[in-house]
Design a protein around this ligand. Structure first.
Ligand code: FRU
Length: 510
């Protein structure tokens, strides 16, 4: 299942080919589709009105606003000219799209990074104004020459940004050294940075008092999944589920083109994983979840909230959508729990998404006799269900026709794994996409009960299973509108214990 990783140079070449190809297509398509109801347009997942996006950047809560910065190409819907795009929200669901925040300039692209709220003005960027600076720490990328860490600051709630005149602030003279995440470490009253050495498959930790001068502390890695280059690390403190007092630290990052995490302890200087060596844990076991990071500066007592990019570098530039390209996951709250010898992440869709539900669509419980068709939920919906699965065969949910499924999400009682399968009902025929069809993960079911919380949004399927122990995200590109939705079971005696369904209102409607 693991695919070869990509190199940035490959991205560029692909971008040029695809740009040439799509320029004709874009102008044709824009005339046909009403804005925001284009074919495959997500209705409640974040996507930009137009142009390419990748990684979420600088996730930070400040003064009542959740900021979402992201890798953005202001000039087209393929990767290039990386600039930080910007949107704000007061609930993580309804976003106001703002002008780009930090532009590419003088041959330096603005790669991924972080934003902190510098409450004590430790950086001095606010001078004597009494204001609180927002400080962005990002990678300045000079193609084929250098990647180093840079600063920019804002004194007006992120609306305008000034690049620090003494950039870079951390430069190892390397071509690959990127994606800093910075947070305030209260016990030592210092800033901590975690940043990736992609080719070495390591992350490094640095400390600072003023965000400008950084001192090396330690390395972590290689460990776990080392098959792809390592990008976009994050380190954060996470509550243990059902405990008010206990916390662990999670180190999460993106070994291309997927993600992994470790749970353990951070002592202010270095991180130590407490999971069994060699075990690979992923925040998401589907094909399309990458570069997720968590919010800085959330109100005291909040669990961490992450957002990931829904795409896969193997085909990201070529997905058949326009005039935008790329979307963000539903924001997810994160906790951890211990199962056997392992700490695992428990993720849940952010609660504010429930406000987008329209009235529930009535659904019958009872036995699944081979198959049960679910009617009338359209193309943007949420299903929350619990099934008792039989001892044999596959049991789950099918979107599309039986012999031409768009997507199946099912439990196989034989292998005891949860699957997400993209079938021939998709209208996107490139080998890189068609090869990445089957994704699966072991899942043990208490009392043979499978819970599936499924979100469907035109071209996105996000599945939270068994209370968020395993999550899977996949893009789909259905050949037909209004696909059938069906619960099926190959065994006998499958039961629906709970089945709730909602259409979800579009966030584009004002
Ligand atoms: C991950 C990534 C980052 C980099 C950015 C460039 O998707 O490759 O490592 O900062 O994208 O757009």
């Amino acid at each position: 299942m693991k695919k070869s990783f990509y190199l940035l140079d490959m991205k560029k070449i692909l971008a040029i080919i695809v740009l040439l190809h799509f320029q004709v297509f874009i102008s044709g398509q824009e005339k046909q589709d009403a804005p925001f109801s284009e074919k495959y347009r997500p209705q409640y997942h974040f996507s930009p009105p137009k142009n390419w996006i990748n990684d979420p950047n600088g996730l930070v809560y400040f003064d009542g606003e959740y900021h979402l910065f992201f890798q953005y190409n202001p000039f087209g819907n393929v990767w290039g000219h990386m600039t930080w795009g910007h949107a704000v929200s007061n609930n993580l669901v309804n976003w106001t799209h703002l002008p780009p925040a930090i532009p590419e300039e003088n041959g330096i692209m603005i790669f991924s990074g972080t934003v902190v709220v510098d409450k004590m003005n430790s950086s001095g960027f606010a001078g004597n104004t009494g204001k609180v600076p927002m400080v962005a720490i990002y990678t300045g990328h000079q193609e084929g020459i250098n990647q180093s860490q840079h600063l920019a600051y804002s004194l007006d709630k992120g609306r305008t940004w000034t690049k620090y005149d003494k950039n870079p602030i951390l430069n190892l003279g390397k071509k690959d050294f990127r994606d800093p995440k910075v947070f305030w470490y209260e016990p030592d009253k210092k800033w901590v940075m975690v940043v990736a050495l992609p080719l070495e498959k390591k992350v490094q930790f640095y400390r600072s008092q003023n965000l400008k001068d950084w001192t090396y502390m330690s390395d972590f890695g290689p460990a776990g999944d080392t098959s792809g280059i390592w990008e976009c690390p994050d380190l954060f403190r996470v509550p243990v589920q059902h405990s008010r007092k206990e916390f662990k630290w999670v180190l999460m990052h993106s070994p291309a083109p997927y993600m992994q995490y470790f749970v353990g302890e951070f002592n202010g200087n270095s991180f130590k994983s407490e999971n069994p060596t060699g075990e690979i844990l992923r925040p998401d076991y589907g094909p399309d979840y990458y570069a997720a990071i968590v919010y800085n500066n959330l109100p005291e007592g909040s669990a961490p909230v992450s957002i990931g990019w829904i795409n896969n570098w193997n085909y990201a530039n070529e997905i058949p959508v326009t005039p935008w390209k790329g979307a963000m996951s539903i924001p997810r709250t994160i906790q951890v729990k211990k199962t056997g010898n392992s700490w695992i992440m428990i993720q849940a869709p952010v609660a504010s998404l429930e406000k987008q539900r329209s009235s529930p669509v009535p659904m019958e419980k009872g036995v699944i006799n081979k198959s049960r068709i679910l009617e009338g939920i359209g193309n943007a919906w949420e299903l929350d269900m619990e099934l008792t699965v039989p001892k044999t065969g596959k049991t789950g949910l099918r979107i599309g026709e039986k012999d031409k499924p768009v997507c199946e999400i099912y439990y196989d009682s034989g292998t005891r794994e949860l699957y997400i399968y993209r079938g021939p009902g998709n209208d996107f025929h490139i080998p890189a996409f068609e090869k990445l069809n089957h994704f699966h993960v072991p899942l043990s079911l208490p009392d043979n009960k499978l819970s599936l919380h499924v979100f469907f949004d035109n071209s996105i399927v996000e599945v939270f299973s068994n209370g968020g122990e395993r999550v899977m995200t996949a893009q789909v590109f259905p050949a037909q509108n209004n696909q059938a939705i069906e619960l099926f079971s190959e065994g006998t005696g499958a039961r629906i214990n709970k089945l709730l369904a909602w259409k979800i209102n579009s966030v584009w409607q004002k």
